[in-house]
Structure formats: structure tokens, C-alpha cells
Design a protein around this ligand. Structure first.
Ligand code: RFL
Ligand code: PHB
Length: 405
């Protein structure tokens, strides 16, 4: 693995590649690995250090299609060995629990609980073992000339300015990245919805309260009981958008979580010191299109979903699947036409995941004054329908395990 500031040594930076990838999150690393397997050369430029990227606590639920993609990329072994296969999860609505039997409702499908941090680590390791170049701590990365067949990435590293010539730029640089911001505003449409609350997350080395996830709807607000392993738990509480994690002692977090759980779960909850506590805002966002000449957006650079349906990382993976097909077609045929399908194909799946994530978020959270009494009654009816109707549960399950590519 090449690192811009590795032990302070000067290093030779690559000057040419087929695909220049910006961002070493799951989208960029998975794309780099899939391209490598397809015999296509790629260089990744990442603004942060590898340790910083690995320190971010994010997604935890992997769809079956994402898991299959990780297998295809030859990075699925540890996920298969250490990931937890989940056949269902629970909804807890105002103290009443209903199990959603994912496998029964979807003809045998499952999800795997395996942290984004671990996927990132596996991808980084595969990249290092294959001797592929990732420039960490690359500053002021700038995509240039992507409206021509000869795009360039300019960046700074080790105190000097460098240029990387390429044929295609993959913008895998997350929501705050430079790629989407480099597109002329007249060429892009942005669709956005901001929710009036956030999620306060806590990670702790305590056994999970249940062997499956519990999504909790409660008059005090949403809560989620998740996990990373049989000994590491991840919990979330709906919180005020302007709240700060510093306002929450561990004791206050556990007490509030206990209040929102049903009595059996509250009694079973094991508490302990937090390893991490942070607040994330909730947002729905889509950029259209995803292609601008030779610049392609993938993952959070192109779209954001609120985390309620656990779709963010999985959507990044499906983008990579479609982008890989476009790029392998392009490098095989040399024809730009092969690149045309990426944006419409990826967007069709993205909007379905946006719909599901918005629906599940709207259903499970407390909206206070942000909705009318009529809307509140409708939401109550929809929750009651979901708790009773197998057809409604089948729709939830179908979306939760992930729609087919
Ligand atoms: P990432 O993971 O944000 O990676 C983008 C990478 O690009 C780098 N970068 C740049 N590099 C060079 N030059 C620049 N100018 C750059 N600008 C940015 C960044 O440093 C970063 O390393 O995007 P990617 O790869 O598309 O992956 C998407 C997923 O990370 C994301 O969808 C999920 O983590 C979303 N998400 C969650 N999804 C779930 O399914 N379940 C969850 O529980 C969940 N929790 C979360 C989340 C996202 C969060 N964020 C973004 C605030 C919790 C949080 C806090
Ligand atoms: C998580 O474990 O971080 C997680 C799980 C399911 C979600 C969101 C987050 O819907």
C-alpha cells in the first residue's frame, strides 16, 4: 500500500492509470478491487489517513447481494467466518414486539451483520497484498478535463503538486467530496430531504440485548438495538438535531434506551462503558445524473439515505456493480457507448432504496410538531397494519434484504 506520508519517506507518485478513483471508503476500495480482478488498472487518492478511515463507525447490515459482491471481489472470507447471519429482526411498537421473519417472507434470504469498518479493513488488506497504489493524505484533489477523453487529477502530497492522467475518474468521495462539487451546476439536479432529528449512536463491548436487531418506535422517540458481534453492541437513539454527544453521559444513554425498550428487552439490557458516541444527521439525497463525460459518481457522493433501512453501504456496493459493468465494457470495446448505461441503471435501484429508507424512517420516528394530526393518525394506522399484515411485512422484508441488481 502506498501512503503519501508513509514514515515521512518521499515516494514516487503514479502519473498514469486507467481509472483514477477519488475516495478510499467502501465504494472506492471495492471498485478498485473489482477493477483489479478485471485486469483494469486503478489508483485511489484519499484525503485522510488509513487509520482515520478505519476509525469511522458506520454501517452494520450487509445485504445478500452485497455479500455476494464481496465474495466475487475475493474479500468475503472473513465476513463469512465472523459475520453473523440474521434470518429476521424485530419491530417494537409502543412496547409490543413483532418479529419480521426475513427468511420465511423472502423465500430464504438473509442479511449478514458485519461492520463497515471490517469490510474496509478487508479491502485495504487485499489492496496492500496485491501491491495496488492508494495515496492516503492526498490534499486538494482536483478533477480536471473530464469533459474530454483525457481527464487529469491534480493533487498535493508530500509537499508537492502531482498530476495523474487517466481515462476515467470515479468519484467515490462521499457526500462532502470534491467530484460532485466540480460538476457545472447546470449539468446536475439535486433532490434532498432533511429530517428534523438525528441519531445518537453508542458502541460498547457488551453482549447485544437480543440475538437479532430491534427497531423501536416509542412516544419518546426511535431507538435501534444493533450489534457488531456477540460481544460488541451498537445502539442508537433518536435525538434532537442540535443535541451534542458531549451532552450524553453513558448512564444517561442507557437510561433513555431502557425507557424506550419493551419490559423484557429493558430487563435483558447489559450496559457498559462506551467505546464511541456520536450524532449523525438524517438526510435523503440524490444527484442526477451520475455521469458527466468521463466523471462518474458512486456511493455517498451520489446519494444519501437515512440509516433506518441500513441501505447506505449496500447502495454503494450496487453502484460499484453497475459501474464495473460499464467500465469493463468500455475498456474491452473502447466505445463510450458502454458507459451510457451506468447512470440510469444505478439510479433506478437508488430511488427504490430512497423510497424504502424514507418510508421506514417516517414510520418509526417521532416528528413532534413537524407533521399534522392527520398525518400522525395515518402513521398510527400504517404501523398497526404493518404489525398485523403478513403482506405488509413481506414488503418490508423484501426491501430490507435488498432488491435484486
Ligand atoms: P464514504 O465512506 O464517505 O467514503 C468516501 C471517502 O472519500 C474521501 N474523500 C476524499 N478523498 C480525496 N479527496 C477528497 N476531496 C475527498 N473527499 C472525501 C473520504 O475521506 C472518505 O474516505 O463513502 P462511500 O465509499 O460511498 O461509502 C458509503 C458508506 O460509507 C455510507 O453509505 C454508510 O456508511 C452510511 N451510513 C450508514 N449506512 C448504513 O447502511 N448503516 C448505518 O448504520 C450507517 N451509519 C452512515 C452511518 C454514514 C455516516 N456518515 C457519513 C456521517 C453513520 C454515519 C455517521
Ligand atoms: C448499525 O448496526 O450500525 C445499523 C444497523 C441497522 C441500521 C442502521 C445501523 O438500520
Amino acid at each position: 500500500m502506498a501512503e503519501g506520508r508513509l514514515r515521512g519517506q518521499p515516494m514516487r507518485f503514479p502519473t498514469r492509470t486507467q481509472v483514477a478513483i477519488i475516495g478510499a471508503g467502501p465504494a472506492g476500495l471495492l471498485l478498485g478491487q473489482m477493477l483489479h480482478k478485471a485486469g483494469i488498472d486503478a489508483v485511489i487518492l484519499e484525503q485522510r489517513s488509513a487509520d482515520y478511515v478505519l476509525g469511522r463507525i458506520r454501517a452494520g447490515v450487509i445485504e445478500q447481494t452485497t455479500a455476494a459482491l464481496l465474495d466475487r471481489a475475493s474479500v468475503g472470507a472473513r465476513m463469512r467466518a465472523e459475520g453473523l447471519v440474521h434470518h429476521g429482526f424485530s419491530l417494537c411498537v409502543d412496547g409490543e414486539r413483532q418479529r419480521i421473519d426475513l427468511s420465511r417472507l423472502t423465500g430464504g434470504k438473509i442479511v449478514t451483520v458485519y461492520g463497515q469498518t471490517e469490510i474496509t479493513r478487508d479491502l485495504m488488506q487485499a489492496r496492500a497484498e496485491a501491491g495496488l497504489v492508494t495515496v492516503y493524505e492526498a490534499e486538494n484533489v482536483t478533477p480536471l478535463h473530464f469533459d474530454t477523453a483525457k481527464p487529469i487529477l491534480r493533487f498535493e502530497a508530500n509537499g508537492a503538486t502531482h498530476e495523474l492522467a487517466c481515462e476515467v475518474i470515479a468519484g467515490c468521495d462521499g457526500f462532502h467530496g470534491i467530484c460532485r462539487a466540480s460538476v457545472p451546476p447546470s449539468a446536475i439536479s439535486l433532490y434532498e430531504k432533511i429530517y428534523p432529528f438525528g441519531w445518537l449512536g453508542l458502541l460498547a463491548d457488551v453482549p447485544p440485548v437480543d440475538h437479532e436487531l430491534i427497531y423501536v418506535r416509542h412516544p419518546r422517540g426511535f431507538a435501534l438495538c444493533s450489534m457488531r458481534s456477540k460481544t460488541r453492541s451498537r445502539y442508537y437513539l433518536q435525538c434532537d438535531l442540535n443535541d451534542s454527544a458531549a451532552n450524553w453521559s453513558d448512564e444517561a444513554f442507557w437510561a433513555e434506551l431502557r425507557r424506550r425498550l419493551d419490559p423484557a428487552a429493558a430487563a435483558a439490557l447489559t450496559t457498559g462503558p462506551s467505546l464511541e458516541k456520536s450524532i449523525a444527521p438524517l438526510r435523503s439525497f440524490v444527484a442526477e445524473p451520475l455521469r458527466f463525460g468521463r466523471l462518474f459518481l458512486a456511493g455517498d457522493a451520489a446519494h444519501i439515505v437515512p440509516p433506518t433501512g441500513a441501505k447506505g453501504l449496500n447502495l454503494a456496493a450496487s453502484d460499484v456493480h453497475y459501474l464495473l459493468e460499464a467500465l469493463t465494457g468500455f475498456f474491452r470495446t473502447g466505445q463510450d457507448a458502454a458507459l451510457a448505461h451506468y447512470s440510469p441503471r444505478a439510479l433506478a435501484r437508488i430511488w427504490k432504496a430512497e423510497r424504502f429508507s424514507w418510508w421506514f424512517t417516517s414510520l418509526m420516528h417521532r416528528f413532534d410538531g413537524a407533521e399534522s394530526a392527520f398525518d400522525e393518525r395515518l402513521r398510527g394506522a400504517e404501523l398497526a397494519y404493518l404489525m398485523q399484515s403478513e403482506a405488509a411485512q413481506a414488503s418490508l422484508a423484501e426491501n430490507y434484504v435488498g432488491l435484486a441488481f
